[in-house]
Design a protein around this ligand. Sequence first.
Ligand code: 2U9
Length: 344
Amino acid sequence: MKERLQSIKEEALQQIDEVKDSKALQDLRVKYLGKKGQITEVLKGMGKLSKEERPVIGQLANDIRDAITEALDTKQATLEEAALEQQLKEETIDVTLPGKPAQVGGSHLLMGVIRDIEDLFTSMGYEVAEGPEVETDYYNFEALNLPKGHPARDMQDSFYITEELLMRTHTSPVQARTMNQHEGRGPVKIICPGKVYRRDTDDATHSHQFTQIEGLYVDENIRMSDLKGTLNALAKYLFGEDRDIRLRPSYFPFTEPSVEMDISCKMCGGEGCSVCKQTGWIEMLGAGLVHPNVLEMAGFDSERYSGFAFGMGPERIAMLKHGIEDIRHFYTNDVRFLKQFHRV
Ligand code: 2U9
């Protein structure tokens, strides 16, 4: 039995030394020290021993059990230490490594242009006014001096929903509604951004849905020079102090006189190039003094009040500023295009 115990001890210590993981170590603990373990089995034979041998073997067996137990515990600690080391190695974060860039979104280019223009005009005392995209024929056309059957209506092919309801073709109805709410008392000083709809075939310069931003200033004694000064400030704010503007006569049913405003071409500095079709000027927006009919229909005494209004397309502004050729880029949500203009 003594030899048996010795060989069990050597074998156990050998195996404990070689074991690689806690599970296998636990199996060895059971194999040697368990209820049916080898040490236990040997001890069951104690009864056959002489009473002289029993305490000797008993002590030896206890010593071997303690030796195996200690070897098991030491090995357990070593394995746990190694596992922790491994875990730390695996979980060690190399803080010098560059972080994974979080995909940060940004505001849409168009929203940037609209926000810039709003910032300028609110800094000049204008309020931002908004209104319904599903508009009545009255506010979209009648109130803007475009009575039923007026030829200019065809210039704005519309998505009619009913006889009297349509998708608004411009944000001008917002100004007409706001003027009405003022019950003939000025001043009215508003900037009106928003989506508008035209029954157009989408191509590089046309879209069935696009954005507009219009402005209106109605008060006593508003003159063309007030309009020109305001538009000049706008052009320099959007395109730089070095840009000039020019006003050309034009026609809109809701303004009289009407003008179109051009800015000097950046590419050629006004000399003429392919961008400005050799004119040196690039059309930017339309404007004019509010037509007396429009003032009267909104309840303003056109003898006492006058006003100016203007309208522009943020897409056009963005295309001019960034040399964008195709208006559809604004709506097709191609992140490769959009993220070029991200403003965080
Ligand atoms: C009221 C009175 C007058 C708004 C105006 C324009 C000229 C204009 C175009 C710009 C780009 C339409 O999208 S676009 O093609 N708009 O040129 N808009 S004056 O005049 C108003 C509006 C409301 C009550």
